[in-house]
Every structure is written in C-alpha cells, then in structure tokens.
Design a protein around this ligand. Structure first.
Ligand code: URA
Length: 275
C-alpha cells in the first residue's frame, strides 16, 4: 500500500480557510506567526524531552507578529507598477488576475472588476464586493445593487446604458469586514488607473470608504455627501461627488431624501457638461 501524499498549503490560504470556518480565537497562550515559524517539516520533528528538560515551558515558541501587510500581499508600490503598465481595461483586469493580493484575494471566490458600459460619462465607485458580488464576479448585484439600480433609474441612468461601476476593493473581504488601511493602500493604485482608463466625465463615490480613499480625507460621508470635489487622476481633475451608500440607505431609509437631492445634483451636472 502506498502512503497518500498530503497537499502542501501555504499559510495565508490556511488562515483564510480558518477564518472562513469561523475561527475567531486563538487557543494557545501566545500568537504564532506561521510566516516566520520554522518550516512544517522541521516543526514536525519531535525530540522527546530529557529529564533535565521536563521543567521547561511546553508548547509553541512565541514569535513577534509581523504587520498585517505581510498577509495583505503586494505593496502599494508593486500595485502602482502593475497598474501603470496596463494600457487598456482588459490589461488592467489581467494585471489584477496576476497580482499577489494576499489573503484578500485568496479568500475571495472571484475577481470583481466592473459592470456597466466602459467609457460611460458616469462612473460609480463603491467600497467592496459582498457575498453576491463575489459569487457572480460583478459589482452591486445584491440587495444594495438593486437599490442602486432604482436610484439610477430615477435620473434616467442605468448600467445597461450610460453608467460604469467598480469598487475600491476588487475582492470581497472575508466576512464583509471593513477593509483595513494596508488593503486599501494596496488596491488604490488599481482603482485610480481604472478610472483613468475608463475616463468618465463624473465620478460618484458611494459610501465613506470610497470617498475617503479616493479623496484622501478623513472627513465623514455625512459632511462630504452632495458636494462636488475635484479628483485628480493623471493630468485631469474629474468632478467627484460622495453619496450615501445604498446599503447605508437600506439601514437608514429616512436619509433617502438627501440621496435623492444629490442625484438631482448629478443630473444637473450632466446636463451642464453636455451643453
Ligand atoms: N457594496 C459595494 O460597495 N460594492 C458592491 O459591489 C456591493 C456592495
């Protein structure tokens, strides 16, 4: 009988699997950094303790944890280099497919690149895919996407006709967690290049994460919404408006009136720009 060979999995995939399985606490007294721990084969060699060693503390050797960036994959610099090489949206998609997106990418089912009509006058940038988007590989296809479609229809716009849609993060964060700064910094060069290649006339930033990341501000969405800002992309200043995220409006329906006002503002801007 031949022994079955055990597949070798990398630590980030194992960690992603554990988080997906609901592991939320460590059972050892100190954290173990598997990225810097001795290799699995070395760790499996068990040397029986001698009598003099029996009083020593048992268990894994504690190792100082590395910053989150070590499991966040590529750095902002490698992301910038990869994104800038892309000369078309298809090349940008391919660059993301090839990029080391670390735990974020490995724990997602699909790359969520875009939906709608590339080259549209309006581009929407949301936060990150949710479970439905991850499954379908398209942004805003779940319940908040349905509200988004109704909001767009109210100003005679749609992703089938004149809107292009993407997100700050092209992969779903595990458990829909709010993206941390390292992950946003890694994804930002891609969405900035995405905007540059899609070349919209105006950008709608749905939600605080999107507005803060692209406008490089710490100001909250409640203060920013409804105000046009200039988003510098390449050599262009593109008018960009932060708007409440549809998922937030589903939880706070009394704010829909403000979002409606902002959408009318967008409609007027588009009329102005097409004069
Ligand atoms: N929320 C977002 O910000 N983007 C999506 O694609 C879906 C939900």
């Amino acid at each position: 009988m031949t022994a079955k060979s055990t597949p070798v999995l990398d630590p980030a995939s194992l960690l992603a699997w554990q988080i997906a399985m609901g592991v939320d606490e460590a059972i050892d007294e100190a954290p173990i950094d598997r990225f810097t721990a001795p290799s699995a084969s070395a760790a499996q060699v068990q040397i029986p303790p001698t009598n003099t060693q029996r009083t020593e503390t048992r268990g894994p050797r504690p190792i100082a944890a590395k910053p989150v960036q070590s499991i966040a994959g590529g750095s902002a610099e490698t992301a910038t280099a990869a994104a800038q090489q892309a000369q078309t949206l298809e090349e940008l998609r391919a660059a993301l497919e090839a990029f080391d997106g670390g735990l974020l990418k490995r724990s997602a089912k699909n790359l969520v690149f875009s939906d709608g009509i590339a080259g549209s006058p309006v581009m929407i940038v949301g936060e990150a895919p949710g479970a439905d988007e991850d499954r379908m590989g398209k942004p805003f296809v779940g319940v908040s996407g349905q509200l988004l479609d109704r909001m767009l229809a109210a100003i005679n716009m749609s992703r089938e006709e004149n809107v292009y849609i993407s997100n700050i993060l092209p992969w779903r964060p595990l458990g829909n967690r709010a993206p941390d700064d390292a992950v946003v910094a890694m994804c930002l060069p891609f969405i900035r290049r995405h905007i540059e290649l899609a070349a919209p006339k105006v950008i709608l930033l749905f939600g605080g994460v999107s507005a803060k990341a692209l406008l490089e501000t710490t100001e909250g969405i409640t203060r920013m919404r409804g105000k046009w800002k200039a988003l510098k992309i390449g050599s262009n200043d593109i008018p960009a408006m932060p708007i409440f995220h549809p998922a937030y409006l589903l939880r706070q329906p009394h704010l829909k009136g403000l979002a409606w006002r902002d959408l009318l503002n967008v409609k007027h801007k588009m009329a102005e720009l097409s004069k």
